[in-house]
Design a protein around this ligand. Structure first.
Ligand code: IPD
Ligand code: CA
Ligand code: CA
Length: 258
């Protein structure tokens, strides 16, 4: 992987973060999209920044981003969520991230997740480890005998996978389950060993492509909710990110049928 891809992704994350910090305010204007999630002018501005930057630097690459694509089945695709956690961003809660991954032929090779409010820059390249602001990041070493802290991420997509029974089973096993909105934030905390796992029920690749490489390079495991390793530039069937030790057991609790 070219060093220049990494630098490009970090530069974009810093630019996006500066825009988010500047625009983060109370009483923000927002619209509601057809899928029931909010949209602000900042989401659109950052999406446009990414589209233009890729077009300029890597015109042969595609972009799949939440607020607008430039994608024609290219082998290299930048998969981006300009703001993951717009609900928090637009309601005065300072936990949202910029997420960007470089995916080649469906494989997530490079990921950046940036929390602009705490200036936490998480970067990973396949085979090179994961780093928070330049320092190595590692998933937890928790096993089932420990008290576990996981996050169940998802705002509105609970109809396809009914996880209520799963949540009761996990609670009975003394797992504390946080409800976060934003797989970028949750995935970053899994990679840092602060959370032991993330269960998310969405389908959009921009929510997970960066989490995939970052958590795995921090020593963990990331699959869909069925235990498969799908393409990360196409719709996915939810995502499970864990410290790896817990992964198969969580999958067996999930026990989802296709
Ligand atoms: C949303 C959050 C939310 C999830 C939605 C996502 P956004 O991201 O991750 O938790 O349930 O599916 O769209 O809209 O803030 O990028
Ligand atoms: Ca978004
Ligand atoms: Ca998102």
């Amino acid at each position: 992987m070219k060093q220049q891809y990494r630098d490009f992704a970090i530069t974009l994350a810093k630019q996006a973060g500066a825009i988010m910090r500047q625009n983060f305010t109370l009483g923000m204007k927002r619209e509601w999209k057809g899928d029931g999630t909010p949209l602000t002018a900042t989401d659109t501005t950052i999406n446009q920044l990414v589209l233009e930057a890729v077009k300029k630097e890597y015109p042969e690459h595609g972009v799949i981003a939440e607020e607008g694509n430039n994608y024609n089945e290219q082998a290299y695709v930048w998969v981006c969520d300009p703001i993951d956690g717009t609900i928090q961003f637009s309601h005065g809660l300072p936990n949202f991230t910029f997420c960007l991954a470089l995916v080649r032929d469906g494989v997530s090779l490079l990921g950046v997740i940036y929390d602009p409010m705490l200036d936490r820059m998480m970067v990973a390249e396949r085979g090179q480890g994961a780093f928070l602001n330049g320092q190595p990041a590692h998933v937890s070493k928790s096993t089932w005998t420990d008290r576990l802290l996981m996050t169940r991420e998802g705002l509105r997509h609970t109809t396809k996978y009914d996880l209520d029974e799963v949540m009761r089973t996990l609670a009975a096993r003394k797992i504390t389950m946080l409800q976060l909105y934003g797989s970028g934030y949750g995935g970053m905390l899994v990679a840092l060993g602060e959370l032991d796992g993330l269960i998310s029920t969405g389908h959009d690749p921009w929510d997970y492509a960066a989490v995939k490489v970052i958590v795995e390079e921090a020593g963990g495991k990331v699959t869909d909710l069925f235990g498969h390793d799908p393409r990360w530039d196409k719709p996915v069937q939810g995502t499970l990110a864990s410290n790896g030790i817990l992964h198969d057991e969580i999958l067996s609790v999930l026990n989802l049928k296709a």
